[in-house]
Design a protein around this ligand. Structure first.
Ligand SMILES: Nc1nc2c(ncn2[C@@H]2O[C@H](COP(=O)(O)OP(=O)(O)OP(=O)(O)O)[C@@H](O)[C@H]2O)c(=O)[nH]1
Ligand SMILES: [Zn+2]
Length: 186
């Protein structure tokens, strides 16, 4: 679990190190607030995202199921600044087995709530669905804005990074992949 006492101590040290007075009134509660925030935004580190995919329904649907525009917030592992945007998650079921639609969004959240790279987030979601839903194919597209590129450093507000991960038959079947991408873009 998250060690909130250690975070409180560390945040106090950071405030001191930047030349602030950690004992001034406005900052007194800040270490505790930050500790609670980190517990929330990094809660995915203490979960097994496979648990999110436990529900299955018997339904003989053998074509694409796509949940678009799943909003997410994550933290880049280089600067611990947010990156956020939308994930689009699609899969082609097999063996008459589908999962709950909300479960796909839960998987995105569980992987997002960790220090992350956008590329890793994208492929972790694809790999888990491929394996645990026993899908024939999976496509995940993530579009995000990185605060470390907008508020500091290169300072390019509005720049959008797109990553994709394609697994199973969607890798080889160009027509099926293009149909999925078209549905994601529409
Ligand atoms: N591939 C990838 N890079 C990321 C992601 N999030 C942040 N970055 C990049 O990580 C890199 C870290 O570069 P460094 O040179 O080590 O750090 P820096 O000096 O702060 O870099 P600048 O941001 O260019 O000022 C930067 O280019 C960021 O844009 C991500 O999700 N994926
Ligand atoms: Zn960064």
């Amino acid at each position: 679990m998250v060690d909130k006492e250690q975070i409180r101590e560390a945040v106090g040290m950071i405030l001191d190190a930047i030349g602030e007075d950690p004992d001034r009134e406005g900052l007194l509660e800040t270490p505790d607030r930050v500790a609670r925030m980190y517990e929330e935004v990094f809660s995915g580190l203490h979960k097994d995202p496979a648990d999110d995919l436990q529900i299955f329904f018997n339904q003989a649907h053998e074509e694409l199921v796509l949940v678009k525009d799943i909003s997410f917030y994550s933290m880049c592992e280089h600067h611990l600044l947010p990156f956020y945007g939308k994930a689009h998650v699609g899969y082609i079921p097999e063996n008459g087995k589908v999962t709950g639609l909300s479960k796909l969004a839960r998987v995105v959240d569980s992987f997002a709530k960790r220090p992350q790279l956008q590329e890793r987030l994208t492929s972790q979601v694809a790999d888990l669905i491929m394996k645990n839903v026993e899908a024939r194919g999976v496509i995940v597209v993530v579009e995000a804005e990185h605060m470390c590129m907008t508020m500091r450093g290169i300072k390019k507000p509005g720049s959008l990074t797109t990553t994709s991960a394609v697994r199973g038959i969607l890798q080889n079947d160009q027509a099926a992949r293009e149909e999925a991408l078209k549905l994601i873009k529409d």
